[in-house]
Design a binder for this molecule. Sequence first.
Ligand SMILES: Cc1cc2nc3c(=O)[nH]c(=O)nc-3n(C[C@H](O)[C@H](O)[C@H](O)COP(=O)(O)OP(=O)(O)OC[C@H]3O[C@@H](n4cnc5c(N)ncnc54)[C@H](O)[C@@H]3O)c2cc1C
Length: 412
Amino acid sequence: MPTIAIIGGGPAGLMAAEAAVAAGATVELYDAMPSVGRKFLLAGKGGLNLTHSEPIEPFLSRYGQQRAFIEPAIRSFSPSALRTWAREMGVNTFVGTSGRIFPTDLKAAPLLRAWLRRLRQAGVQFHVRHRWRGWDEEGRVQFTTPQGLVRAHADAVVLALGGGSWPHLGSDAAWTQILAEHKVLIAPLKPANCGFDVRWSEHFRTKFAGQPVKTVDVTAKTVDGIVIRQRGEFVITETGVEGGVIYTVSSQVRDAIEKMGRATVFLDLVPDRSLKQLTQDLLKPRGKRTMATHLQRCARITGVKASLLRELVSKDVLADSARLASAIKSIPITLTGPRPLAEAISTAGGVSFEALDNRLMLRARSGVFCAGEMLDWEAPTGGYLLTGCMATGHLAGTAAAAWAHAQLAQPN
Ligand SMILES: Cc1cc2nc3c(=O)[nH]c(=O)nc-3n(C[C@H](O)[C@H](O)[C@H](O)COP(=O)(O)OP(=O)(O)OC[C@H]3O[C@@H](n4cnc5c(N)ncnc54)[C@H](O)[C@@H]3O)c2cc1C
């Protein structure tokens, strides 16, 4: 029976382990941290959005330019297969109002516990506190451990080392250096589903950092000039903006900033009212009311939304009802840079698909497969990240076992 080393115990590595065991391999799983699945557990704090219920075509389109590369993995381990897999482990799922799919209890820990139990019962051996350092001259995988350097033989290896976000949870992207030394093509890692810097005034920052801005439309432009409009909520932060609707436009905004140095997005503070209706309402006589009261009465704009207007719109416009209506429907915010990768939800860039064959095996190193967020794809939030990680893990684990079986079957 071949031995497969899976390095990285996030959702991609755990799924690779499951698939490799099912394909008749002995599996040794290594992770740098004292326990596996730390980012998966963190995702549970937001309810653990496992996947999405939309039809497969729009689902696949979420992977953008990299769709063609990730599609075979997702077609063989689809969103519905993922739900079945969770159910088999005693975790039922439900479809939320947005079409997103969550475990019924909105928690990651029970699912992870059941998963690890199942893997252990299937014979997977876990080696934590093993930080991968590459290969020795004899092709063995090497790890630094509290007991010193450890070397292990494996017939095939699956690397599932994650991206570079939230590095204190284990995925610190140190693998980029090791693989680059082995001539593996790696697209630069970038923040995805990330916040952005905005130059808030001191007054606005201290008063509103941490406050949510509910139900707005955000309009952004791609580098090719395509206009995208998304509805949702976001949060004012000490340094700028982050959260739901900002994440949905973040890859386009990040790329625009990379090209132009900054990007402007436009906020519609009252997306359910037309400009005409809003203008009519604001043109109603104000009498002795302050502009703040007038805005509250006629446009139901209060609190952080009213302050955003004062922060971003000139006094002249604030005093002119017709121009103010246009401003409320389209306030420009200049975003000066993405927040650092360490703070992002996920990572764009990684091992290039050109460096891999269609089984996710490195062309530069036979018998070494890659899976999960360390690959060069990105997707918005909505369950697409975990689905992509688990699907590529499943493909890499199955392929690694098949490759190793075939090697062992060859006459020496
Ligand atoms: C706050 C937050 C919330 C999220 N919520 C969701 C959500 O609801 N839905 C969703 O789809 N996605 C969500 N994500 C994204 C999702 O968690 C990740 O995409 C996913 O965990 C990536 O899986 P992975 O297995 O590729 O990598 P990781 O989960 O990062 O696992 C990689 C593993 O490799 C180990 N490792 C790294 N380097 C080494 C080394 N040199 N040697 C040994 N081991 C190493 C790490 O310790 C880690 O255990 C969220 C992310 C964050 C930060």
